[in-house]
Structures are given as structure tokens and as C-alpha cells.
Design a protein around this ligand. Structure first.
Ligand code: SAM
Ligand code: DTB
Ligand code: SF4
Length: 366
């Protein structure tokens, strides 16, 4: 039986990533079968509860206010809207709803209280609830846990070295600190990254070192292929080849055998055969619904047809960890601390981020 290791080195991970493909696939599929039902795939629906206008400079992200993308921004959705969308997701086969907000970090106050109510509402629909709201403090993580949150998504995105080429408004250590804060609760950790941002294979391996040496390892690891959105600093990045995605998924599966590996953004560019190879290589989760946060995703009927073709079935909720209890707001044992946490702001210049910001200014003047 493959034991979960927390001491993977970059060299070992690179050696796995670069194996002849047939060997890599065989090894990954073997590990996959030791820990998971290979015919079951978790289906999660993304809901952008607060879109656009984000103060961060993440070079891949269409929601960063400073870049000149064509997305429609929105204020925080209402609890009723979220409930209606969650019910739709449930009826189309999703066991999890992941709510995303274009925030740098969570701030105590009425908007966070509203998100806590969304968490309570979805948990009561017997679905797994995930949130991705930016950095959180320990107290905020505890309040989310108390409301019934099942998972918190906070991606490391890439290696610590390459992170500096992607984002200047926060540091890698802030990401790790948030994951640590979530770990102080019973909320499961979802953390992964993006390939196709101009990073090299060492950076991909570096990210997998950072994730796999966490103890415990994240319960879920999303692997995104960059969606190169016009107006972002990465608009001209060339699409990720399916072989890179397959290698990344397989390597993730081998170094994090118990983790749910999610084939995340980028599926609209993948054939069914390509996706099937990713499932064979150990991916056992997808985002469903025709939209990710702001960009397109395959239609749910298409996905269900693909599942039928491949003999896959959607995973039921709360398979590994039981459903959390929901504590009502009035019974909460945690007060809002109104914290002003000192998350870092390195502020170094990233040429392509600066260029994307400037480019828009020139266009809007003419
Ligand atoms: N604002 C929060 C944060 O950054 O942690 C949560 C939302 S953010 C959009 C969630 C994740 O989406 C990012 O960490 C990144 O991995 C992924 N993402 C954003 N834009 C993407 C793109 N264009 N292609 C692929 N993944 C993307
Ligand atoms: C994750 O790793 N990928 C999702 C989810 N976690 C939040 C987001 C993908 C976003 C793709 C770009 C967009 O639609 O805006
Ligand atoms: Fe903001 Fe998150 Fe997008 Fe970065 S990834 S710009 S923090 S929404």
C-alpha cells in the first residue's frame, strides 16, 4: 500500500513528471485505485457571489480591477439568489457549491455576515459548501467552520519563486498562513494552482512540493489550465497542451494519493479523450456548469453525456468527512473581532502586469 509521504523533493517530483507517459499513467492509475473508486467523480458548481473590481494584481485574473477586461462586475449576491442557484446545482447532480468572491481578504462586517448566512443555507440543503474569499484570519476561519463550511479554497497557484512574477500585492507566505488558519478548524483545505502562465516545469514541481509537504495534505487540489483572458497580462500565453495537463494531474495523484484532484479551469479547450486520460491519470473532480467564475465551462448536459460514455458517476456528498453542524448566527460563540490583519504587500514591479495596466489607459484615452 502506497503510504502518504510529506517529504517529497523537487527532484523526485520532476523525475515522476518526466517519466515516459505510459509508465506515468500506469503508476498514477494504480495509486488512484488504491485510494479511490476510479468510476466516481465529484461534481462541484462554482458561484461567483461577488464579481470583479478586485484590488489585487494577479496576472492571470480577469477580475483584477486594474486590468481592462470586459467582465460584468457585481455586488455581493443575496442569500436568496445563492439558495436558488444552489438548488439548481443540486438538481443537476452537483454535491458541492463553491462560492467565490473577488476579494483580497475577508473583512469582518455585514458582507461577511451575509456570506456566513449563505454557508448555513447551503449546508442545510445537504450539499458540501466551499468558499474562496481570499485571505482569512483564524477567527474568520472559525466563524466559517461554525456556520457549516466544508472546504476552503485558497490556491498557491505556482512555485514560491514564480509567484513573484505573477502577483505583487501579496506574498506566498500569506497564502500559507491562510491555509494554516483554516487547518485550525475542521474545514477541509482545497489548494492547487494554474499551469500555462509562462512557468517552467521546475515551478510546477515546486508548487507540488509546497502542497504535498503540508501535513495533512490538502483534501482537494484543483489543477487549472490558464484561461488567457483578453486585457490581462497573460492574454498572449499559449494554450496548455493536453499532455502537460495529463502529466500534472498524474504527478499530483502520485504525490498526494488521498487527495481529490480536480480537473478545473480549461476544460472547454479539451477533447473528451483528453479529459478521459486525465480521469485515468487520477483526476476525480470537476467544476460543472456553463460558467466558472467569469469564463465559460462545458455545459452540464455535455458533462453528463461524457460521464455516461465513460461510465462515471457523480460522487455523493460527505463521503470522506461527515456533514458539519450549522450553528445559527444568534448562537455563535465567536464575536466579530473587527481585525485589521497585516497581510503583506511586497509591491515589486512586474513588467507584464504594469504593461497590461498601462495598455488599457492608452486605449481608453483614444
Ligand atoms: N479572490 C480569491 C483568491 O484569489 O484567493 C478567490 C477567487 S480567485 C478567482 C480563485 C482562483 O481562481 C485563483 O486562485 C486562481 O487559481 C483561479 N483563477 C483565476 N483566474 C484564472 C484564470 N484566468 N485561469 C485559471 N485559473 C484562474
Ligand atoms: C480554482 O482552482 N479554480 C476555480 C475555483 N478554484 C475558484 C476558479 C477558476 C476561474 C477561472 C477564471 C474565471 O472564470 O474567472
Ligand atoms: Fe482578486 Fe482572487 Fe482575482 Fe487575485 S485571483 S485578482 S485576489 S479575484
Amino acid at each position: 500500500m502506497n503510504q502518504t509521504r510529506h517529504n517529497w523533493t523537487k527532484e523526485e517530483i520532476l523525475a515522476i513528471y518526466n517519466k515516459p507517459l505510459m509508465e506515468l499513467l500506469y503508476e498514477a492509475a494504480t495509486v488512484h485505485r488504491q485510494f479511490h473508486d476510479p468510476n466516481t467523480v465529484q461534481v462541484s458548481t462554482l458561484l461567483s457571489i461577488k464579481t470583479g473590481g478586485c484590488p489585487e494584481d494577479c496576472g492571470y485574473c480577469p477580475q483584477a480591477a486594474r486590468y481592462h477586461t470586459h467582465i460584468e462586475g457585481n455586488d455581493l449576491m443575496s442569500v436568496q439568489q445563492v439558495k436558488a442557484q444552489a438548488l439548481r446545482a443540486k438538481s443537476s447532480g452537483s454535491s458541492r457549491v463553491c462560492m467565490g468572491a473577488a476579494w483580497r481578504n475577508v473583512k469582518d462586517g455585514p458582507e461577511f455576515d451575509q456570506v456566513l448566512e449563505m454557508v448555513r443555507t447551503i449546508n442545510k440543503l445537504d450539499m458540501e459548501v466551499c468558499c474562496t474569499l481570499g485571505m482569512v484570519t483564524e477567527n474568520q476561519a472559525k466563524r466559517l467552520a461554525e456556520a457549516g463550511l466544508y472546504a476552503y479554497n485558497h490556491n498557491l497557484d505556482t512555485s514560491e519563486e514564480y509567484y513573484k512574477e505573477v502577483i505583487s500585492t501579496r506574498g506566498y507566505e500569506d497564502r500559507l498562513q491562510t491555509i494554516e488558519n483554516v487547518r485550525k478548524t475542521n474545514v477541509t483545505v482545497c489548494s492547487g494552482g494554474i499551469i500555462g502562465m509562462g512557468e517552467n516545469v521546475e515551478d510546477r514541481a515546486g508548487m507540488l512540493v509546497a502542497l504535498s509537504t503540508l501535513n495533512p495534505q490538502p483534501e482537494s487540489v484543483p489543477i487549472n489550465a490558464l484561461v488567457a483572458v483578453e486585457g490581462t497580462p497573460m492574454e498572449d500565453e499559449k494554450p496548455v497542451e493536453i499532455w502537460e495537463m495529463i502529466r500534472m494531474v498524474a504527478t499530483t495523484r502520485i504525490v498526494m494519493p488521498q487527495t481529490q484532484v480536480r480537473l478545473s479551469a480549461g476544460r472547454t479547450e479539451m477533447t473528451r479523450e483528453g479529459q478521459a486520460m486525465c480521469f485515468f491519470a487520477g483526476a476525480n473532480s470537476i467544476f460543472a456548469g456553463d460558467k466558472l467564475l467569469t469564463t465559460p465551462n462545458p455545459d452540464v448536459n455535455e458533462d453528463m453525456e461524457m460521464f455516461k460514455q465513460l461510465g462515471l458517476t457523480p460522487q455523493k456528498p460527505f463521503i470522506k468527512i461527515s456533514q458539519p453542524q450549522t450553528v445559527e448566527a444568534a448562537d455563535s460563540q465567536y464575536a466579530s473581532l473587527g481585525e485589521k490583519p497585516k497581510w503583506s504587500r511586497p509591491g515589486h514591479a512586474i513588467d507584464r502586469n504594469e504593461a497590461a495596466k498601462e495598455k488599457g489607459k492608452v486605449v481608453s484615452k483614444s
